[in-house]
Design a protein around this ligand. Structure first.
Ligand code: GLU
Length: 366
């Protein structure tokens, strides 16, 4: 592939080299690689963690791990983080921009499109956007929570070809390589299944937020959006360049052949589901095999709290997630009309309403 847009996610463990301070030699190394890629015509977006770590190392007194203390640390450290990036990229005359996002910024389609337009403009003007979660203001409802998932959202926003998750591990192994010498690196993954998720377990580091589990979530979203994801070790020399020339030891999650179109990519990336609808086997088949919309007739149960237009999760009777989509009814309405034929919805509710529960254009299969 020729020129690509590459989103590179740098975890705290990479940026601090496992220490408590931001590690400048490590950062300058990554900057050099980004500059090389830009020279080759690629577009780069960074998703940089490290604000909390930077904030912590600036305070003389020890600070705890409560949410408000971490938010304070992020507020202190984000400035230093972006300042460092800016001064390092200036060595190569590359301008950078800061974008701080939360889930709320991509949840509403209009804000999502605005963030996308800003990113597109930055890339068009040869600027490297450096993105982090807006930790200082993010409440638990609007937080993405970890930069792995954030980077998948960003990769969709940036219409990226590749998502690179740099971490302190070479990739995903068949067992924990730190405790099991027989562990083997999994070089390629076509589809993420429960077995793989079990393997990923909770192999996190104490410095950052994510672990392999959140990396798998990110790769899963990216695959469906048609974006290849690579997990690799950030401390390895020339790692990003080696990933581009396919010489890196890493785990690559291949992108799906039939990526979703724009609106569905947004559905996949952004909103948090606020409710669940359980459907019968007939409806499962109609949705999955025939690409049909979800009708009230197939609904057997409803839970959670949502209004018309909210994103909900669709499961089968065993609780297996089938799809996500924007619901045409509130949970109270849906509870009233479940099992109804479409023609009987108006009389059941006492007013005219949507004829489908989730239109197929507003639904992504999972
Ligand atoms: N946003 C956090 C920070 O800048 C990092 C979150 C993460 O590592 O996933 O420190």
């Amino acid at each position: 592939m020729g020129q690509q847009t590459i989103v590179i996610k740098l975890g705290t463990s990479v940026l601090t080299a496992g220490d408590i301070h931001l590690n400048k030699p490590r950062m300058v190394e990554l900057v050099r690689q980004c500059a090389t890629l830009k020279q080759q015509g690629h577009q780069i977006v960074l998703v940089s963690s490290g604000a909390v770590a930077a904030g912590r190392s600036q305070l003389a007194q020890p600070v705890g791990d409560s949410i408000s203390e971490k938010q304070m640390l992020a507020a202190i450290g984000q400035g230093q983080l972006i300042h460092l990036w800016q001064s390092l990229f200036a060595l190569y005359d590359i301008p950078v921009a800061q974008m701080l996002l939360t889930r709320a910024d991509v949840e509403h389609r209009e804000r999502y499109l605005t963030a996308r337009d800003t990113l597109t403009q930055l890339l068009k003007h040869q600027v490297i956007p450096i993105i982090n979660e807006n930790d200082a203001v993010a409440t638990s409802e609007i937080k993405v929570g970890d930069n792995d998932n954030l980077s998948a959202m960003v990769a969709i926003l940036a219409n990226a070809n590749k998502l690179v998750l740099l971490t302190d591990q070479v990739g995903l192994f068949t067992a924990d390589p730190r405790t099991n010498p027989q562990a083997e690196l999994i070089a390629q993954v076509h589809k993420i299944d429960d077995e793989l998720r079990a393997l990923a377990g909770d192999s996190g580091t104490s410095l950052g937020t994510g672990g392999m589990a959140t990396k798998l979530q990110a790769a899963d979203i990216a695959q469906r959006a048609g974006i290849e994801t690579v997990i690799a070790k950030g401390s390895e020399a020339d790692i990003v360049l080696k990933i581009m020339s396919k010489e890196a030891l890493s785990t690559t999650f291949m992108r799906f052949d039939a990526p979703l179109e724009g609106r569905k990519k947004w559905l996949l990336s952004a909103p948090k589901s606020t409710g669940t609808v359980i459907i019968d086997n007939g409806a499962c088949l109609a949705i999955a095999r025939q690409g049909a919309s979800l009708l009230a007739k197939g609904v057997v149960g409803v839970s959670g709290s949502f209004v018309r237009g909210d994103l909900i999760t669709v499961t089968d009777s065993q609780g297996q997630v089938i799809a996500k989509g924007l619901c045409g009814f509130s949970e109270r309405e849906l509870d009233t009309i479940k099992g109804c034929h479409s023609l009987d919805i108006a009389s059941a509710l006492g007013y005219k309403a949507s004829s489908v529960v989730i239109h197929r254009d507003d639904m992504v299969l999972l």
